[in-house]
Design a protein around this ligand. Structure first.
Ligand code: ZN
Ligand code: ZN
Length: 254
């Protein structure tokens, strides 16, 4: 392929991926905002100007997520870059679910430590205050990040596909979990049954009840999908009391 044709193909792929990420955000956040309006009418009352800001920051983040993803998708199609595979027999079948778990665990680890770093006061003011300007967050806040914070998130999956083999459908599953959990963790109410959230399994999983507490208290509950880093590092403060008056989780630590 001529260099000019490659350049145009890269730009087209980055633009297409930006449109996909932005469209996916609008459709999915819109769906959960609509469900919120049905389940808890008036829950987002008075938050119109905050929601407008959340949507603008999120659409800017869509480009920051879409550009590296688009470049990598082009390289995968045009040059066989990445370890994404399409034939399910390339790796053993057990790797399909395990690869999803490995991606989520690696993303969670990256997120936990970059998130803690972004809570250092000087970094917070520059890179993370935008996300915490949502008080309380809504279903539209899922990608409401300053561009620097968006960049720390945008490089994770495009980087991992060069290192860890994954079937294209398993990758789709990872991206779906990432999108849905990013939205539901911010929408201001608990989607998952109380029996799960307060169970032994729930003790290790992050849902809205856990992340809401991060938005209330700031210096705790830094994880993304799992609570093991928060438990190990003593930063787990249990679940939001606004969501649950009788949390069995560990009490808040200073
Ligand atoms: Zn958040
Ligand atoms: Zn934070």
């Amino acid at each position: 392929m001529a260099p000019e044709a490659s350049f145009i193909a890269i730009i087209a792929s980055a633009a297409a991926m930006t449109a996909i990420v932005g469209g996916r955000y609008l459709a999915t956040s819109g769906l959960f905002a609509w469900i919120t309006g049905r389940v808890l009418p008036g829950h987002y009352a008075g938050l119109d100007s905050q929601i407008r800001r959340e949507i603008l920051w999120s659409l800017a983040s869509a480009a920051i997520y879409g550009i590296p993803a688009g470049v990598v998708a082009w390289g995968w199609q045009a040059h066989g870059w990445t370890r994404i595979y399409t034939d399910a027999d390339t790796w053993p079948l057990w790797w399909l679910p395990l690869s999803v778990l490995v991606y989520l665990l690696l993303h969670d680890t990256w997120f936990y430590w970059t998130h803690r770093w972004m809570h250092r006061p000087r970094v917070f003011r520059v890179a993370h205050a935008v996300h915490h300007a949502s008080r309380p967050p809504t279903a539209w806040a899922a990608m409401s990040f300053h561009p620097l914070e968006a960049l720390t998130g945008a490089i994770v999956v495009p980087g991992l596909v060069f290192l860890v083999p994954i079937h294209v459908a398993a990758l789709g599953t990872v991206l779906t979990i990432m999108t849905v959990m990013g939205i539901t963790n911010h929408m201001g109410w608990e989607l998952f049954p109380r029996r799960l959230v307060h169970s032994r399994i729930g003790h290790w999983l992050i849902t809205a009840s856990h992340h809401q507490r991060h938005h209330e208290s700031y210096r705790c509950n830094y994880g993304l999908y799992f609570r093991h880093w928060d438990h190990l590092c003593g930063t787990d403060s249990g679940l939001s009391e606004a969501f649950s008056r009788s949390s069995p989780s560990s009490p808040a630590r200073p």
